[in-house]
Design a protein around this ligand. Structure first.
Ligand SMILES: Cc1ncc(COP(=O)(O)O)c(C=O)c1O
Length: 390
């Protein structure tokens, strides 16, 4: 084993050990950090050897238009106060809101933290489901409060009745409702009717954070963005990211859209350290809808193909509307992650209580072939018990 490989595996081992133990897993794993905050960074050779199917990224990278815009922004790298392409204005225009309704973050991860800090002061709790993207829960823990976690329904949906009942029964304890739509890790959407039911049913004035990180991948006509509720002036915060369909995860850009008074409440907690390159890249990305449509099409094709292969092999796949899916492996996931890793395929981490499911991100055709091959080496063929589709 080369020194670089040993160093990488050591970092991975530390991360794997860590990932097994806490709700912090989402945030740190998705951002490549270990528990102590140090980076578990692979070397370039090690990195290239792996199929990266564990963090729901866009495997194809930013399109030409975005690369060009970012490359033209290098000339600002030694400056403060440079022109930024009017990113906030462009986002506002894109959504038909005012600039006062937009707050930028270094990734939507920053937005989730900022919302958490702004609304969970004085020990207020966040209400949401489990499993979901647990970054807000982890942030709540770090600011010495906690989450009220509701189980998913048997068919992996978020239960609006349970949300409404709990939000009303425990209103004085709750500072924020978190709804990830579509949900990570299941890939299941909350329909527009359900969102309306939720917003009409929670106590008046209770802030609802709707995380639309995977919005662009959804095909289900029953789903819609919840942005119009911001225009209605409801206490709704929409979180969006350029890390997924826009392929800028490593560049760090996300934003919130919310009523102006909510943005004002959030703003003091935001760091706002967004670099010149990604600001220009973000502007170009908003305009390049053709490239995004292409990414969506390729993602859906590969997701459907891989899911069908797994189902034909006898394994249930939860129907997904995103660039990842969950397959029921019927075994504890933690050691399985290591088995895949030995075959140079990185797959998703444990999402308690769904620890016998594996989350798989959609990668390139070559990566998905490597995944399916590894899956068939690790798991025997089975006779499937339920009907499901990917
Ligand atoms: C649901 C969800 N929200 C937010 C994020 C944070 O992404 P970023 O900070 O890169 O914008 C992720 C990342 O995987 C996610 O899955």
């Amino acid at each position: 084993m080369s020194v670089s490989r040993r160093r990488f595996m050591g970092g991975v081992a530390a991360a794997v050990g860590y990932l097994g133990v806490g709700p912090q897993a989402d945030l740190f794993a998705q951002q490549g950090r270990t528990a102590g905050g140090a980076a578990a960074r692979p070397t370039m050779d090690d990195w290239d050897a792996y199929a990266h199917l564990s963090s729901n990224e866009n495997c194809w990278g930013p399109p030409e238009s975005v690369m060009k815009a970012m490359n033209s922004a290098w000339k600002y790298s030694n400056r403060y106060g440079y022109p930024d392409g009017n990113l906030v204005g462009e986002i506002a225009k894109h959504h038909g809101v005012k600039q006062e309704n937009v707050l930028l973050g270094a990734g939507s991860g920053e937005i989730l933290d900022v919302v958490g800090t702004a609304f969970l002061l004085d020990g207020k709790k966040v209400l949401g489901v489990e499993p979901t993207y647990s970054s807000v829960y982890q942030h709540a823990t770090s600011i010495k409060t906690s989450a009220i976690k509701l189980p998913l329904t048997k068919d992996y949906r978020q239960d609006m009745n349970a949300f409404i009942k709990t939000a009303n029964a425990r209103a004085s304890e709750i500072g924020l409702v978190y709804l990830c739509n579509p949900n990570n890790p299941t890939g299941v959407v909350v329909t527009k009717e359900e969102v309306k039911q939720l917003l009409d049913g929670v106590p008046k004035g209770m802030p609802v954070l709707i995380d639309e990180a995977y919005h662009h991948f959804v095909d289900d006509p029953r789903y819609a963005t919840s942005l119009p509720y911001v225009l209605e002036g409801r206490p709704v915060i929409i979180a969006r990211t350029f890390s997924k369909i826009a392929a800028l995860a490593g560049m760090r850009l996300g934003y919130a859209v919310a009523p102006a008074e909510i943005i004002q409440k959030m703003r003091p907690y935001s760091v706002g350290s967004i670099n010149a390159l990604v600001k220009w890249g973000g502007v170009a990305s908003l305009k390049d809808t053709a490239s995004q449509a292409d990414v969506k099409r390729k993602t859906m094709e590969l997701r459907k193909k891989t899911s069908s292969d797994l189902m034909a092999y006898g394994y249930d796949v939860i129907p997904s509307e995103t660039n990842f899916f969950m397959v029921h492996i019927g075994r504890e996931i933690q050691p399985v992650i290591e088995e895949f890793r030995q075959k140079k395929v990185m797959v998703g981490r444990p999402f308690p209580p769904m620890t016998t499911h594996m989350r798989v991100s959609v990668g390139t055709a070559e990566e998905m072939d490597r995944f399916t091959k590894a899956f068939k080496e690790i798991f025997p063929p089975k006779t499937r018990t339920t009907a499901a589709g990917g």
